[in-house]
Design a protein around this ligand. Sequence first.
Ligand SMILES: [Zn+2]
Length: 120
Amino acid sequence: MPNDWSYLVELQKNKPGTLAKILKHNAPKYIREEVRRLIKEGKIKNIQELVQKAVNEKKSLIKVLEEYGIENKERRFGKGSIRCIICKSHDRVIRRYKINICGRCFREMAKELGFKVLGE
Ligand SMILES: [Zn+2]
């Protein structure tokens, strides 16, 4: 199950401008902080440098970050690995039929999704 930001990164693989934006705005906070630290310590000049490296070497941005010692701590399994695609919650996420919507959003959306709502 792809996660928000690593999924975005994969989608925009060869678009340095968009990747830089994703890294700036969609990356988890700890990654943004680590990148800021790298810039402060002079290991890289700016975000674009990281992105350009990924594009030039045809690597995933996440791999490049790893090379700089920034580990992607996103959960790959367990409760923390899936979120509701609507509200981003980790609670009560329904995985059946691969809908990945939490119980709360499901209640609101069930009819629109074509499920029969019982007990109404
Ligand atoms: Zn939800």
